[in-house]
Design a protein around this ligand. Structure first.
Ligand code: NIG
Ligand code: FE
Length: 403
C-alpha cells in the first residue's frame, strides 16, 4: 500500500456531475490517494481524524487549485506526413472540401500513413502524446482512420495500443474508424468487407467503432450497417455527425444508442433533443470549427437541450493540430457559449462520459487519482488564460508523471 496526502489545496474542483454547482469546488481541501485511487476528497480539517499510515507521503501544494486530469475523448493522434500546405491554402481562400476533392485532405494523410509500420506510427505519435500529458491530459482516445486499407487500419490500432503501453503518456482508449474517407475502388465492397471481417478483427483491439457520416464521406445507411455490426461484436459506437451538413448523423447516433455524437455544428435542436433523450454525449470540437471557419459547435444549445457535453481536441493534421485541452476550454467559452465552469466539467467528466468511463474525470472517493496541480489558485485560469499552460504538475494513478 502506498499513500499520498495532498494538502494545502486552495480550491479542489471535483467536477462531479452529481453535484449541481459546477465545477463542484471544495475550499481548503485535501486528497488522500491509496494505491492509485482516491480514498478521501474533502475539507483539510476533516483529515485530522483520518487514519493515515506512518509512511504516508505528503505534498503541500500551498494554496494551488487542483482539478481532474483532462479526458480528451476524440483524437486522430496517429498519422504520418505533413499537411501544413493545406493550412496555408485554406488561409488563402480554398475550402476544406475543394482541397479534399483535389487529392488533399484525409486522403493525403492516408497516402502517407497507410504503409507505415507500427514502430514508425508510434514514433510519430509519441511527441504529440507527451505534449498532451504536459498540458494535463491523463486519458486520450485515439482513432484509426488514416489506414483505410484493412491491414493498415488494424496496424493503426496496434500502434495506438503500443503507444498507450509506452509509458510517460496519457492512458490510451482506442477507436476503430473504418468509415473515414472512401477508399479508391468499389466502396460498396469496402463497406461489405468492414461489416464482414473488419469489425471482428478490430473488436480485439478497440473499444469503439466510429464512422464519418457526411456528404463526401459516408451515408447514414453505410454508417448504420457498420455500427450495427460493431455493436454485435460488443463495441461501443461513436459518430462524426453533422459537421459540415445536417446529414442525419446525430439522429443515427441517438437511434442506435451511441456513446457520443461528435462535431454537431449543423445539428438542429431536434437532433440535440434526440441525443439528450437517448443519453448520447454531445462532443464539441471547437478547434476544428475555428480552423475551418465554420459555425461554432452548439455548446449552449446542447446544454439547454439537456445533453451531457464533452470537449475534445480532435487532434489531427487537417482541421485541428492541437494537443491542448485548456485551449479547447477557452474556445468552448469564447465560441460555443459554455461558462468556464461548464467547460472544465465538459473537458473532464464530460470526456470520461464520452468514453463510457465512470472512474475518472472526477475527484471523489473511489475514482482514479488522475489530477492536476495548477500554477494558480484559480481554476478559471484553465479557460481564461488563452493558450498558456497553467498545469504545474500532472498525477496519473497517484504518480507524478512529469516529475
Ligand atoms: O474529425 N471529420 C473528419 N475527420 C477529422 C478531420 C481529419 C482530417 O482532415 O484529416 C475531423 O475533423
Ligand atoms: Fe474527428
Amino acid at each position: 500500500m502506498t499513500t499520498l496526502v495532498v494538502r494545502g489545496i486552495g480550491r479542489l474542483c471535483t467536477c462531479d456531475p452529481a453535484r449541481d454547482d459546477p465545477p463542484g469546488v471544495l475550499e481548503k481541501a485535501a486528497l488522500v490517494v491509496r494505491d492509485g485511487f482516491i480514498a478521501f476528497a474533502g475539507g483539510e480539517r476533516e483529515l485530522a481524524g483520518a487514519d493515515l499510515p506512518d509512511d504516508a507521503e505528503t505534498l503541500d501544494v500551498a494554496g494551488a487549485a487542483v482539478i481532474p486530469g483532462f479526458v480528451d475523448s476524440h483524437t486522430h493522434l496517429i498519422w504520418l506526413g505533413d499537411r501544413s500546405d493545406e493550412y496555408a491554402r485554406r488561409a488563402a481562400g480554398e475550402s476544406y472540401e475543394s482541397i479534399a476533392e483535389s487529392g488533399g485532405g484525409i486522403r493525403a494523410t492516408v497516402a502517407a500513413t497507410a504503409a507505415g509500420d507500427i514502430d514508425t506510427l508510434v514514433a510519430a505519435a509519441f511527441p504529440r502524446a507527451r505534449r498532451m500529458l504536459r498540458l494535463g491530459t491523463t486519458t486520450v482516445e485515439v482513432k484509426s482512420g488514416y489506414g483505410v486499407f484493412p491491414d493498415a487500419e488494424l496496424r493503426q490500432l496496434d500502434a495506438a495500443n503500443a503507444l498507450g503501453a509506452a509509458g510517460h503518456v496519457p492512458d490510451v482508449v482506442t477507436t476503430y474508424l473504418p468509415l473515414h474517407s472512401a477508399p479508391p475502388g468499389d466502396r460498396n465492397a469496402y463497406v461489405d468487407e468492414v461489416v464482414a471481417t473488419g469489425v471482428r478483427e478490430a473488436a480485439t483491439r478497440a473499444y469503439f467503432t466510429d464512422v464519418h457520416c457526411e456528404q463526401g464521406a459516408f451515408t447514414v445507411e453505410e454508417c448504420e450497417r457498420v455500427l450495427v455490426a460493431a455493436r454485435a461484436h460488443g463495441m461501443g459506437m461513436k459518430v462524426h455527425a453533422d459537421q459540415l451538413s445536417r446529414c442525419g448523423g446525430a439522429r443515427l447516433a441517438a437511434r442506435l444508442g451511441a456513446v457520443s455524437a461528435d462535431h454537431l455544428e449543423m445539428a438542429g435542436d431536434t437532433d440535440l433533443l434526440a441525443l439528450a433523450g437517448a443519453g448520447v454525449v454531445a462532443t464539441l470540437l471547437p478547434g476544428a470549427s475555428l480552423v475551418l471557419g465554420g459555425p461554432p459547435p452548439p455548446g449552449r444549445r446542447a446544454l439547454d437541450c439537456g445533453c451531457v457535453v464533452a470537449i475534445a481536441t480532435d487532434c489531427n493534421p487537417g482541421t485541428s493540430y492541437s494537443e491542448s485541452m485548456p485551449l479547447m476550454c477557452s474556445l468552448a467559452v469564447a465560441e460555443a457559449g459554455l461558462t468556464p465552469a461548464e467547460a472544465l466539467v465538459a473537458a473532464t467528466a464530460g470526456g470520461a462520459a464520452a468514453l463510457g468511463l465512470d472512474d475518472r474525470g472526477v475527484l471523489r472517493r473511489g475514482a482514479r487519482a488522475d489530477f492536476l496541480v495548477l500554477d494558480s489558485d484559480r481554476w478559471i485560469d484553465v479557460a481564461y488564460h488563452l493558450g498558456g499552460n497553467v498545469v504545474a504538475r500532472v498525477f496519473k494513478g497517484g504518480r507524478d508523471v512529469l516529475g
